[in-house]
Ligand binder design. Structure first.
Ligand code: TXA
Ligand code: MG
Length: 328
């Protein structure tokens, strides 16, 4: 059931649900999360069950602030301290060594833990209300079935889960793609998943350049190739390839959709070519990306031809999600 997350009584009820070990879906500024109290392995197990997520994929623990995060960390590094002091609350997840006695299920048994303090006012209110009931953190992956597109509205969440799931409605997520994940266990940051934060911003906040190595021996389900997939087959092409494909095949193809930023819309054919224009700015494209993919799926499209986003690191997050969506 979807309830208005800006009502105090709804937050109170949701906090009670979390405290009792039940699931609550809630908005963050990136995507909606499917939450359970992170300090209860039994509660966290319900997330894996509901999503159909393999038990060896860790989930992020959401906290009210850096002090609450440090309670999950065996080693709250100076790097984690700098990044969170400068970029929290916000769309950033830090990975640190985990305290052995807490968050084992959320961390999928790993000795590291992912921590995030979201900025969305509904998430903040929920985390604070839950903390007041003794919930030290809320484990939450994106509130979608495993391997499917992340939700950016309450309706997206409700479409994926049984009607008895409590979903807090906080409107459409402002960022639209999942948080940037940075491994903060060492002296230099390691980028594990690009999001909306630019590399320059993170390096400035870290006072440190990214370490080149990406193989940190961590299991990150966001790095599985087939993540974020729409039902339709998605193909990524540069502008020239897309134009050629459209000339040769496009108009004849039933169930085809195009998502392009540089090609002007071709005349609508009786076959029903669906056309969406990708915004010219990375932030705007991230904001609508998952919504557009869900919308095209709902329209029954079989094939989605997407133009490669423009070059530039501000597009890294969108490019990453599109590449994953395109991999079979
Ligand atoms: O924006 C977000 O990050 C959203 C909102 C709800 O906060 N959450 C999200 O969760 O995207 P999920 O489960 O879809 O992706 C979490 C990512 C996964 O790739 C997971 O493997 C990684 O974070 N992760 C979590 N804990 C980790 C850990 N201890 N070590 C390495 N990766 C970890
Ligand atoms: Mg996810």
């Amino acid at each position: 059931m979807v309830l208005n997350g800006s009502e105090a009584a709804v937050i109170e009820r949701a906090a009670l649900e979390l405290a009792a070990g039940r699931l609550v879906a809630f908005p963050t500024e990136t995507v909606y999360g499917l939450g359970a109290r992170a300090d209860s392995d039994a509660a966290v197990a319900r997330i894996f069950e509901a999503k159909g997520r393999p038990a060896d994929h860790p989930v992020i623990v959401h906290v009210t602030d850096a002090a609450a995060a440090a309670a999950y960390a065996a080693n709250w590094t100076p790097l984690a301290e700098r990044l969170t002091a400068r970029l929290w609350p916000g769309p950033l997840t830090v990975i640190v060594e985990r305290k052995p006695d807490i968050g084992a299920a959320a961390a999928a048994g790993q000795d590291s833990v992912g921590l995030r303090c979201p900025a969305h006012p509904v998430a903040q209110a929920l985390l604070r209300a839950a903390a007041a009931k003794g919930v030290s953190g809320v484990a939450a992956p994106s509130a979608n079935l495993f391997g499917r597109i992340s939700p950016t509205t309450a309706a997206h969440v409700a479409a994926d889960f049984p009607a008895d799931l409590l979903v807090l409605d906080g409107g459409a997520c402002e960022v639209g793609i999942e948080s940037t994940i940075v491994d903060c266990r060492g002296a230099a940051p390691v980028l594990l998943r690009p999001g909306i934060l630019s590399n320059e911003l993170i390096e400035a906040a870290a006072d440190q350049a990214f370490a080149a190595s990406a193989d940190a021996g961590l299991r990150v389900s966001g790095q599985l190739e087939s993540h974020y997939a729409p039902r339709a087959t998605l193909r990524l092409m540069d502008s020239a390839k897309l134009q050629a494909a459209l000339r040769v095949l496009g108009p004849a193809f039933p169930g085809l959709a195009v998502y392009s930023h540089s090609i002007s819309r071709v005349r609508q054919q009786p076959g029903g070519l669906l056309w969406r224009t990708m915004p010219a700015r990375a932030r705007a494209a991230a904001y609508e990306l998952f919504s557009v993919l869900r919308e095209l799926d709902a329209a029954g499209v079989q094939l989605i031809w997407v133009e490669q986003p423009p070059p530039g690191s501000e597009w890294d997050g969108v490019r990453d999600r599109l590449q994953r969506a395109a991999s079979p």
